[in-house]
Design a protein around this ligand. Structure first.
Ligand code: AMP
Length: 586
């Protein structure tokens, strides 16, 4: 809709959003009608006998909840070249690959123009609100974004990550331009064949355009941390390149070299200035505003599994605001951050009622499930009937169900969200965690969020040592009786033995789930084990994923590494320096 506009009219976008959200219930009914009118004749929906009905009650009565597993055979047929209306009335134009870091392997998902449209809509919506608080002038963004490799499916559809599918659209560039957030690096860098070379050039372009850079961003916060950790190591090389106007030989891709040669000119003055700035930094604290003096904020997904990186991000960002990006997935978008001033810990996402039809399964802990005779690997919550977008209650947690314009019907996204309030009549959601349990030995149930809280509590004990947890993951060891939790930590330095021992005990004590505490007390679960891994281990894990085709832009460290993820498990096991067993329950 705003494709070719020069500059976005923020107030118009906000007005449109207000109109949509004032009557969210009606907009949802209307959106479902549009989805079903366009796609009612598909093989998938026909199989449930919907017979042209487009109202919510019939939809819920005829069409069951679905998971990716249910849709996989249909998506595979589309990927293999079946052009009949399998899941959507209009053709699917590409396949998106989800990051795969949460499930172990990337999922295939349908991608079409509707997703491009909703991506632009959500970007523009949150930008309009952001710009009210943090106005940008004409400038550029230092965006750590990376197109992943594209391949053709058997049926000839282009397949790539959802972010790459979006970066490749002309609308993306136009929208970024209208949002004064155009990436300072040329396309050849974004789509370069090597992630390391692209990162090097992103940094170089950032420094060259340092005065113009107004935003430092990435899709997920992890990429910003990774970029500045790299900056710390290679700043001298960057300065030499700028001084001489010659690109480092580490960049071997000819297309990237050609594109960079148009930007990189000898500039000894700038090189000198950057050298002085870098040398003057104290442990790289506040490096972003020192090197990029006109940046207004740091932007990216900072919530959920990115929260553990906030401390380091604040370290680099100094006093700059950290602003959370929107909430979505390869399956489609959900909500926009319309309260950009809220710190990441309190960020919420207002659901856009016209980009999909949303349902919410209320999640209440099922006390009965906690009886010892039941196994805990079953559901964490009692399964209740899903409610509609405007029927959710403040303070309650829900699993989110999506029906989209891209062929997903009553699809369980697997995310848990909490309703924090309403923007007009649409809910503002806080992301809680992925729904799947990650740590369970018998009747205990701990999610990614529980692990995160436990690591957060234990890592506080390292503050006096000036040491940080660089990254972490977990595993359950059931090779001996009783099984026990294993937490892997990579630390930024060497901590004293007694401090790590205390961290290990604190980790064990911080899992407060009744099933866990009870089992630990009677030794039905063994002592928690903290394994310290060598520096650089998580870098190797990242590299492992990249080697297997994952995209850096969507990378999230897996917080649980199960036996099916043998490659990563081997990296972890091979790099253990020392293990500690908790004595918290002895
Ligand atoms: P992907 O597999 O790369 O499509 O990742 C999608 C998943 O990333 C979502 O289902 C969420 O679990 C997570 N995610 C996306 N956006 C956010 C956000 N703003 N805050 C927290 N988690 C998010």
């Amino acid at each position: 809709m705003l494709e070719n506009m020069e500059e976005l009219n923020h107030e118009d976008v906000i007005k449109e959003f207000n109109l949509l959200t004032k009557d969210a219930e009606r907009v949802q009914v209307e959106t479902l009608r549009r989805i079903l009118e366009e796609n009612g004749n598909t093989e998938y929906l026909n199989s449930f006998g919907l017979n042209g009905r487009t109202d919510p009650a019939s939809f819920k009565a005829f069409v069951p909840l679905s998971t990716h597993k249910d849709l996989e055979p249909y998506i595979q047929r589309i990927a293999d070249g079946d052009a009949s209306p399998v899941l959507t009335g209009k053709p699917i134009t590409a396949i998106s690959l989800s990051s795969g870091t949460t499930q172990g392997k990337p999922k295939f998902l349908p991608f079409n123009d509707e997703l491009v449209k909703s991506t632009m809509q959500i970007f523009q919506t949150s930008y309009a609100f952001r710009n009210r608080e943090f106005p940008l002038k004409n400038g550029k963004a230092l965006q750590f974004i990376y197109g992943s490799k594209q391949f053709k499916t058997k049926g000839g559809l282009p397949a790539s990550t959802a972010t790459t599918n979006v970066y490749r659209c002309s609308q993306f560039k136009n929208t970024m331009q209208s949002m004064q957030s155009q990436c300072c690096s040329p396309d050849e860098v974004i789509f370069g064949p090597s992630f390391d070379q692209s990162l090097y050039c992103h940094l170089l372009c950032g420094v060259i355009y340092r005065e113009e850079i107004q935003v430092v961003s990435s899709t997920f916060a992890h990429s910003i941390i990774h970029a500045f950790r790299t900056f710390e190591q290679i700043w001298e090389e960057l300065c030499t390149d700028i001084e001489e106007g010659v690109l480092s030989s580490r960049v071997t891709s000819q297309s990237v070299r050609n594109a960079m040669s148009k930007i990189l000119k000898p500039d000894p003055e700038l090189a000198d200035l950057i050298r002085k700035k870098c040398k003057g930094l104290n442990d790289w604290r506040g490096a972003i505003p020192v090197i990029f003096p006109n940046v207004k904020y740091v932007y990216g997904i900072l919530t959920g599994s990115m929260e553990p990186y906030l401390k380091k991000l604040r370290h680099y960002a100094g006093t700059l605001p950290l602003v959370c990006a929107d909430y979505g997935s390869s399956e489609g978008w959900i909500g926009a951050n319309v309260n950009p001033k809220l710190p990441p810990e309190y960020a919420t996402f207002a659901v856009l009622p016209d980009i999909g039809y949303f349902e919410f399964i209320p999640l209440r802990e099922n006390q009965e499930d906690q009886k010892p005779e039941k196994t805990a690997a079953t559901l964490l919550y009692r399964e209740l009937e899903p409610v509609g977008l405007t029927e959710v209650k403040v303070g309650e947690e829900y699993e989110i169900i999506v029906t989209s314009f891209a062929g997903l019907y009553r699809y369980r996204l697997g995310d848990v969200v909490k309703v924090m309030g309403f923007y007009n009549s649409t809910p503002e959601l806080q992301f809680v965690c992925r729904r799947s349990l990650i740590l369970t030995v018998n009747i205990d149930k701990n999610t990614e969020k529980d692990l995160q809280l436990s690591v957060e509590a234990a890592s506080k004990l390292l503050v006096n040592e000036s040491i940080e947890v660089v990254d972490f993951t977990s595993n359950v060891d059931v090779s001996s009786e009783p099984g026990h939790y294993v937490i892997f930590w990579e630390l930024s330095g060497e901590a004293k033995e007694d401090v790590i021992t205390e961290c290990c005990n604190c980790l064990d004590r911080s899992f407060i789930d009744a099933g866990y505490v009870g089992s630990r007390k009677i030794n039905a679960i063994g002592a928690l084990e903290l394994r310290i891994v060598r520096k650089g281990t998580f870098q190797k894990i990242l590299q492992h994923y990249l080697n297997h085709g994952a995209a850096f832009s969507q990378f999230k460290t897996p917080r649980f590494v199960g036996p099916s993820n043998g490659g990563v498990l081997n990296i972890l096991t091979d790099n253990v320096v020392k293990s500690y067993f908790s004595t918290a329950f002895s």
